[in-house]
Design a protein around this ligand. Sequence first.
Ligand SMILES: NC(=O)c1ccc[n+]([C@@H]2O[C@H](COP(=O)([O-])OP(=O)(O)OC[C@H]3O[C@@H](n4cnc5c(N)ncnc54)[C@H](OP(=O)(O)O)[C@@H]3O)[C@@H](O)[C@H]2O)c1
Length: 267
Amino acid sequence: MENSNHIIIDSKELNGKRVLVTGGTGGGMGEATVKRLARAGATVITTARHTPDELKDSDLFIQADISTPEGTTKVVEYLLKRFGGVDILVNNVGGSSTPTGGVLKQTDADWQRTFETNLFAAVRLDRGLLPSMLEQGGGVIVHVTSIQRRFPGENTMAYSAAKAALTNYSKALATELAPKGIRVNSVAPGFTETKAAERLIERMAQERGCDYSDARQSLMDSLGGIPIGRTARPEEVAELVAFLVSDRASYIVGAEHTIDGGIVRTI
Ligand SMILES: NC(=O)c1ccc[n+]([C@@H]2O[C@H](COP(=O)([O-])OP(=O)(O)OC[C@H]3O[C@@H](n4cnc5c(N)ncnc54)[C@H](OP(=O)(O)O)[C@@H]3O)[C@@H](O)[C@H]2O)c1
């Protein structure tokens, strides 16, 4: 047992498990999840478009742009060849880079890119890795969505729509696969202060001609405030994922788990 940030981690809980967490290098939820699952004893493989120096020679890293079919094929082929598949798949990659300024600013290319990154990457990776999970008779899949799937953002409508589609797809997949021993769930974070979120705030500040703290505040205001009084830490989301992929969550299937400090007021 390891005591980390007042959380007791069973360092053998995921022993022998092969895990793919997409997008595990960016100082956000992906990276926090990679670290948390590795601490639980899993062999954790991750992907990103850019290769960090420390992962250059690692067989636990696959350089790929998973918003393309070529990228997901590369990831799947590597995992099947090198590890014979995975036991746990955390589809973490996602995000929005569409312009602000309303619906008329959003081009076809913006919509397409957003859906490729937030929906099709997960669909393709699931489809590529599921046959090996089915063959071994078990597995766990988590889709990282967003509270925006039911709380569309002012300037992120394509992203919100893609996350809504991902949530819907996740539910259908869970129903189909539960009888086959594969559990599928989704995690919907609120405002989590990751490096990617910081970049979004910086972009908003630039576009609006205000400073970082004003842009950050206006983002919090656009959410109607955060009842718990602060943004989330990536490690808090990783802790939820660690629970969901473990046998402690053995009866949890097809559920969306919101982790937002109370932002979404509806039930
Ligand atoms: N941050 C928030 O407030 C928030 C709120 C709700 C939901 N979410 C969702 O939570 C998830 C994690 O978000 P995060 O902010 O914590 O980001 P993150 O996990 O830090 O994600 C960034 C990582 O993804 C990789 N990546 C990005 N695009 C990629 C692509 N096309 N192919 C391969 N790798 C790619 C990045 O590396 P490279 O740049 O090198 O590719 C980096 O490793 C996302 O699905 C996001 O939509 C975030």
